[in-house]
Design a protein around this ligand. Structure first.
Ligand code: ARG
Length: 599
């Protein structure tokens, strides 16, 4: 039983014995005692005043006395302020709590068993024509944090990714490479494969726009020019050849996609994200086509005169949705139907979560209805974890084309900034260069991850690199710094030969509120994990870690740990600090943020 549960039970017994009142647990209101009063937890006595026919002060006093006499191992003292009964909790239950926290390696996490539900979480899902950008960073961080949080709530999790590896976008890069590439490779150019292909995509666009401009200058309408430009026609021809399995086109496609994947892998590794199963659109789009034809035959969809296939969703309050073009080629939606089919064939999925930006809200609304119509029983309940846009303040880190911020460049810049920020401190300590680099990696990436994850996912946001790397305030580095500080205290204790047992025996030193509050905060970690799992909210974990870190710093500001003269109390405080470090590292671990042992 928790302290709160024991108190509630005690109060129920008190009012029964004192006033013959059968109170239900909900009638017993417990609050954290306000700072200006002595005590840890406060009972609101007003609900019992009527049955007692006494003043609130008297009722408080009687219940208080009863609790000290009957649950004395929990309640040490009490005082009454108006209708509020403030209880001072004795040391033993706090020590018990702390011992439990220290003993449980996976404190706050639900175990995953064979019978746990299986949740598939899709995130990342890039196209293969360009490298990952800032939007993908938010996506990957949210998706992988969500995966860890959902798993910590006792679910089996399959992390998945759908790579959109076919279509006109990749044909554009391929064509540009054929035309202007002179056989350039990642090796010959020294560029990461995804960057190389991205550069050709940009080159295509540049030449294409020139062609359109010229056609418009010759008097063609812009819309027509966009379709008639020779480059786009050529790209379309290439796509048709790809669909016909043309060996040359296919082998070029394969080669270029391999380059891109090698590049993506590096980015994922640096970011610390991974997948259990990756799907490729080239494997799923035909499955989708088949499903659409099936739906057509069942009368769920209809064919227009030009041969295209549509779903009429007007009855659902939506519009009509194209599923197959008149030439029989598939669209984005078709692929998603096929991908869903394969995924549910491969895994006994109980819940499917798609982490995709909010510009695709409509797409997933439609997908859910279509899957439902097609008879997938899970279609209706699919979750679109929809998140907002992320941008950098104007002028910061524009990529070469001046449009998007490249993920690799961003991570590199963050790590470089973290290195700069700690240069002076590193000089004063004897930290070897390779450790300093490793710390900078953890801090730079920690700053980036924390800053992005602390924001409610649904909101648009501005990522501010300078603010994120601040060592004070609601930032990753502030929390990492506090962790490193605790680690250093624990190291010193060890050097002094002080043993910190996992299981403390009860001390009797009247723990201060700062100390017991810190234990209370630690004890709320499981609640925070559960809440983050129910709300799908990594930001809830950020918040928790920040609050815990602040509470520790307040405690550390007011009390000494290693300087404490009382050996028992010193051991208690070390044990408390150790628990804080552990919970910080578990919480930040859920966010994919690593903790440096020194900083
Ligand atoms: N590759 C797509 C894009 O860049 C995102 C895919 C999202 N996932 C999905 N199942 N449709 O827009």
């Amino acid at each position: 039983m928790t302290i709160e549960e024991q108190l509630i039970k005690g109060v129920q017994e008190a009012v029964k014995s004192l006033y013959g009142l059968e109170a239900i647990a909900q009638q017993v209101q417990l609050q954290k005692t306000r700072d200006e009063f002595e005590g840890h937890l406060t009972v609101v006595v007003f609900p019992f005043v009527k049955a007692a026919r006494k003043s609130p002060e008297m009722v408080g006093d009687e219940i208080g006395k009863y609790l000290v006499e009957n649950v004395g191992d929990v309640v040490a003292k009490y005082n009454v302020v108006k209708g509020f009964l403030n209880l001072v909790i004795s040391d033993a239950p706090w020590i018990n709590l702390l011992n439990n926290i220290n003993a449980d390696e996976q404190f706050g996490f639900q175990p995953v068993t064979d019978n746990s539900p299986l949740v598939m979480i899709e995130y990342s899902s890039p196209n293969t024509n360009k490298p990952l950008h800032l939007g993908h960073v938010r996506n990957n961080l949210l998706g992988s944090a969500l995966a860890r949080i959902v798993e910590a709530n006792g679910n089996k999790v399959v992390k998945t990714n759908i790579v959109n590896d076919r279509g006109i976008h990749i044909c554009k890069s391929m064509l540009a490479w054929l035309k202007w590439g002179n056989g350039e490779t990642p090796e010959s150019s020294g560029k990461k494969g995804d960057h190389l292909i991205g550069d050709y995509y940009v080159a295509f666009d540049k030449h294409y726009r020139e062609e359109v401009k010229e056609l418009v200058a010759q008097g063609m309408e812009e819309e027509k020019a966009k379709q008639e430009a020779p480059l786009i026609k050529e790209a379309h021809e290439m796509l048709v050849k790809w669909e016909q399995n043309d060996p040359e086109v296919r082998s070029l496609w394969k080669k270029m996609n391999e380059w891109v994947y090698a590049g993506f892998d590096e980015t994922y590794k640096m970011m610390g994200v991974s997948f259990d199963k990756i799907y490729y659109e080239s494997d799923t789009y035909l499955e989708g086509k088949e499903k659409v034809i099936e739906g057509l035959e069942k009368g769920l969809f209809y064919r227009r005169e030009d041969g295209s296939v549509w779903a009429d969703l007007t009855a659902e309050g939506l519009d009509e949705k194209l599923l197959l073009r008149s030439d029989g080629t598939s669209v984005y939606m078709t692929q998603d139907i096929g991908t869903a089919k394969l995924r549910f064939q491969d895994f006994p999925i109980d819940k499917m979560i798609y982490v995709v930006g909010n510009e695709q809200n409509y797409h997933f609304q439609v997908l859910s209805i279509l899957l439902d119509k097609l008879g997938f029983k899970w279609g209706k309940d699919l979750v679109h974890f929809s998140y907002g846009m992320v941008e950098l303040p104007n002028g910061k880190m524009k990529s070469r084309e001046g449009t998007v911020v490249d993920a690799d460049d961003l991570m590199e810049a963050m790590i470089a900034d973290a290195y700069e920020a700690s240069k002076e401190r590193v000089k004063q300590t004897s930290m070897p260069e390779d450790e300093a680099r490793e710390v900078a990696r953890k801090v730079g990436l920690g700053a980036l991850k924390y800053f992005i994850l602390k924001v409610d996912a649904r909101k648009n946001m501005l990522f501010n690199p300078e603010e994120s790397i601040d060592f004070n305030g609601n930032t990753g580095p502030f929390i990492q710094y506090t962790y490193a500080r605790i680690a250093s205290i624990l190291r010193k204790a060890k050097e002094q030969g002080i043993d910190i047992p996992t299981e403390l025996s009860t001390v009797n030193c009247q723990l201060s509120t700062k100390e017991t509050e810190l234990i209370q905060k630690l004890n709320q970690f499981p609640v925070a994990v559960r809440q983050a799992g129910t709300d799908y909210s990594p930001s809830g974990i950020c918040n928790y870690c920040y609050e815990l870190t602040k509470a520790f710093n307040q405690f550390y500001h007011d009390f000494t740990i290693l300087g404490e003269a009382d050996a028992e109390l010193k051991q208690f405080r070390l044990s408390l600090a150790k628990a804080v470090a552990k919970v910080i590292s578990l919480g930040m671990g859920l966010l994919g943020i690593e903790m440096p042992e020194r900083m």
